[in-house]
Design a protein. Sequence first.
Length: 419
Amino acid sequence: MTQSFFDEFAEATAKAGATADRLLLQARNKITGILNPNERSTDKIREEIDNSHRFNSFADQRSQNFVKWHVDGHDYMYAVSEMLDSAKHAIFILDWWLTPELYLRRPPAYHPEWRLDRLLKRKAEQGVKIYVVVYKEIPETMSMSSEHTQSALEALHPNIACMRHPNHIPDHITDKDITEFWSHHEVVVVDNHRACIGGFDLCFGRFDTQNHPLADVHPTDFSRTLFPGQDYNNARVLDFQNVANYVSNAVPIQEIARMPWHDVHMTLEGTVVLDIIQHFVERWNYIKRSKVFSLWLNRMLITNEHKCTVCDTAVSINRDPTISFYSPDSIHSRYEPLALPHNISVALNGAIARHPRHEARGDTGRQFSQASRGTCHVQAVRSVSEWSHGVPTECSIQNAYRALIRDAEHFIYIENQYL
């Protein structure tokens, strides 16, 4: 039976599509080989390191760390304002949502200089390099406007760089599927020595006191207002609207109670901070490479001491708090596949050794070592994979949860927004 025009057209289209897919696959493999010819051997090293650690984490257990809990936004945001203000060299921020107009200290009328964008601008003018990664939302379903976040931050000063991720389109070059409902979560690192991790984004709707007030009406003294503009919110009634116009609010504060926000966060000092830095640097460089191949060298993270080739999977970083932008002039012939030392010496002020399965790459020096900060034994865990982080799949958070629940002897208490 003779094929119809439409059958012939469909067959020709299918053949053309198969040819295009084959060419794209060949191009992807060629580009991957150019950028990282040692990807498989690097992944093997990573897997060996993960398998040697508890929970199969990229990071080992670290001793002598200082850890402090912060319950509710008032305490955490005050602490992070002090941390950011102390920055001398570099600030890393990884958030689901970041609001540049967020006041870290309240009432805002008494602390105008502690608005986040003003604080970051002040530090950038002092020479601090600031790197921010936020979740790139699907505009049809979410209203946080990461585009406003990026444009507002980068307009403050050239020392501030912000990236949105992921791109909600298929990447035919690297053969990545569409990724939509996953995000970057709350990390702040200052000068490679202090870090914050936990449940708080630096955004509207997160600041709260331990009294969790439902109203914020002060007709005789507006200076007592705690939640200005869109920071007064009740997402159960109406989600944020046009957040770029941050002083406006579609929620009538005289009629609708605000929705309280309870969460916890922690600040850390000590050797575990180096693992948190590694996570951020890996994520930043992976996103930067995935944005535009022809421009991937712009603002890659690398220290002044360690120079790596363009095929590096995780750009090297050491204790030097000075983080520089990566440029073509800094390309070095030595290939360094791992981002940080994985086996820290017991003597915290001594030299830093590499993981035993990976030969030493040189002494980083006493001046860059982490000093003893406390008595806490800490391990960093994470959930990452090839399509989100550019590394083999790691589910050490899940492994830690399973181990804790399995080994429980008396009770189990779980507080989790996404359970």
